[in-house]
Design a protein around this ligand. Structure first.
Ligand SMILES: Cc1cc2nc3c(=O)[nH]c(=O)nc-3n(C[C@H](O)[C@H](O)[C@H](O)COP(=O)(O)O)c2cc1C
Ligand code: SF4
Length: 288
């Protein structure tokens, strides 16, 4: 029977461990040590508090010798190099992704959305905090209701000349003009905020750590590329964000806790197919 090192943070199978020190080398918190007299790597004093459950120690071990409190070696699927797309495929996927604003009148299956969110949960997060939560508004009518609430807020803002709930909302002249156009379009039956999308997902995270906004954006970027690979279109809901930042009733309708950073993304099947990859500005690099 394999002899296990029973430790609070991780256990190492002494029969499998080759003492190659890989876990020591990659641990980002430098909390694993391999002493000459020790048969296997061990956590340093205080490691329990410092560990961020990133799983690098489990993932790097070629022998499957280390199992962590957050994940055993067996629970982590093997890394299969042949499953990776080539660099041309990755570039094509990234360049072919478009912001889709005209959707088919076709719902997105809940299973598909769940699958996408599960993939997005593997996005990197600040110190592996993984604080992102998701709100899914699934169904065209439900999305339309959210867009309607956003337009109500815009209408109030215009009527009260930039004042909402007794406070001035600082917005540029160009943005105020955009709001005017959005309200006008809504009254004429067009939704410029959420574009008649069949689904909306909102990533949110408490603002009590420095990377809340960044982590939301990274997770949505993962989501967007995963959606593209499944033949789904998406678009960042910047117009909605301007409102959720300022409008409590909309945040409540979305179930976003007070003070949470948040950003939404429309999801749906594109009505039209693109045939070219549009160009962008030349890359600007400062080499130092
Ligand atoms: C916004 C952000 C900032 C980060 N800053 C650092 C950093 O300063 N140093 C570092 O070693 N890792 C940094 N990371 C990497 C995270 O610690 C890492 O993504 C997380 O532990 C999960 O591990 P993985 O990326 O291997 O999945 C950062 C990640 C994000 C998203
Ligand atoms: S989970 Fe990450 S931080 Fe914790 S011991 Fe393993 S490698 Fe180090």
């Amino acid at each position: 029977m394999a002899i296990k090192e029973m430790l609070d943070l991780f256990e190492v199978d002494q029969e499998k461990c080759q003492r190659d020190g890989l876990c020591v080398a990659v641990c980002p918190k430098e909390i694993i040590e391999l002493k000459d007299e020790s048969p296997v790597p061990c956590p340093i004093d205080g490691a329990l508090k410092l560990c961020m459950d990133c799983g690098h120690c489990v993932a790097i071990c070629p022998h499957g010798a280390l199992s962590h409190r957050a994940m055993t070696s067996e629970e982590c699927p093997p890394f299969v190099r042949d499953m990776l797309p080539g660099p041309e495929n990755v570039e094509h996927l990234m360049r072919a992704r478009r912001s889709i604003r005209v959707y088919k009148d076709k719902p997105v299956e809940a299973e598909t959305l769940t699958k996408l969110l599960n993939v997005a949960s593997f996005a990197p997060t600040w110190a592996n905090t993984q604080k992102i939560k998701w709100v899914v508004v699934n169904g065209k009518e439900k999305v339309e209701r959210i867009a309607g609430l956003a337009v109500d807020w815009m209408r109030d803002l215009m009527k009260n000349k930039g004042m909402v709930d007794g406070a001035t909302v600082q917005l540029s002249k160009a943005y105020m003009m955009r709001i005017g156009k959005t309200v006008e379009a809504w009254d004429a039956g067009f939704d410029l905020t959420l574009r008649g999308a069949p689904a909306l997902v909102v990533a949110h995270a408490p603002n009590d750590y420095p990377a809340a906004n960044t982590d939301c954006a990274i997770s949505l970027s993962y989501l967007e590329l995963a959606a593209s690979s499944l033949g789904l279109g998406s678009c960042w809901a910047g117009a909605l964000w301007m409102v959720t930042k300022n409008c409590q009733s909309l945040r409540e309708a979305l179930g976003i806790p007070e003070g949470d950073a948040n950003y939404g993304m429309m999801i749906g099947y594109s009505k039209y197919r693109y045939h070219r990859l549009p160009l962008r500005n030349d890359t600007r690099i400062t080499w130092i």
